[in-house]
Design a protein around this ligand. Structure first.
Ligand code: FMN
Length: 167
């Protein structure tokens, strides 16, 4: 195990160290999709979290600084996809372009959301609530339909991608 000197810092004046500390928390990688006047759009997010089983609620947080912010904060419906270890190319394409989702194999849900084929899990959501939260907004979705399959997840830790063998 890598051990080192513990750094203590004030996150309000040292955002690089704050970001590094947050990066110690290992997450999955999701793609959020929605429809827009420009057609289907997508964003990569690791702020996804489960919130409630009954009713079924999830959350994620778009950054106010994102050029895609207005698409996602204003949308009444969206879908969250948990990416598999073999879907890094989808992740890279969507980081480059919000409309790259048009080139990804998807199936259109009954309410018009693009659902990424072979994502490990997907959650179709109606917007439940938004909460202002500093430089982000917390978006809570009520899950109307979900899908999942077996497979190894794509993970993100310390600013890097990794894959996790689950067997
Ligand atoms: C692993 C990973 C997780 C991310 N998580 C979020 C997130 O939760 N919320 C967010 O607004 N942006 C997040 N981003 C950044 C967006 O994907 C960002 O929108 C994208 O890099 C392009 O910037 P733009 O939206 O200004 O065009 C994440 C990026 C990566 C690589």
């Amino acid at each position: 195990m890598d051990t080192g000197t513990i750094q203590t810092f004030d996150p309000s004046s040292d955002s690089d160290s704050f970001r590094a500390a947050l990066g110690c928390f290992t997450t999955g990688v999701t793609v959020i999709t929605t429809d827009s006047a420009e057609g289907p759009v997508a964003i990569v997010a690791n702020s996804f979290a489960s919130v409630s089983l009954d009713p079924p609620l999830v959350l994620w947080s778009p950054a106010k600084s994102s050029k895609r912010f207005e698409h996602f904060v204003g949308s009444r419906r969206f879908a969250v996809h948990v990416l598999g270890a073999d879907q890094r190319d989808i992740c890279a394409a969507i980081i480059n372009s919000k409309t790259a989702i048009s080139d990804v194999p998807t199936t259109t849900s009954h309410c018009g959301m693009p659902i990424i084929d072979e994502a490990l899990a997907s959650f179709e959501c109606n917007l439940e609530a938004t909460h202002d939260a500093g430089d982000h907004v917390i978006v809570i979705g009520r899950v109307t339909k979900a899908h999942h399959s077996a497979g190894d997840p794509l993970v993100f830790h310390g600013g890097k991608y990794a894959s996790l063998r689950t067997d």
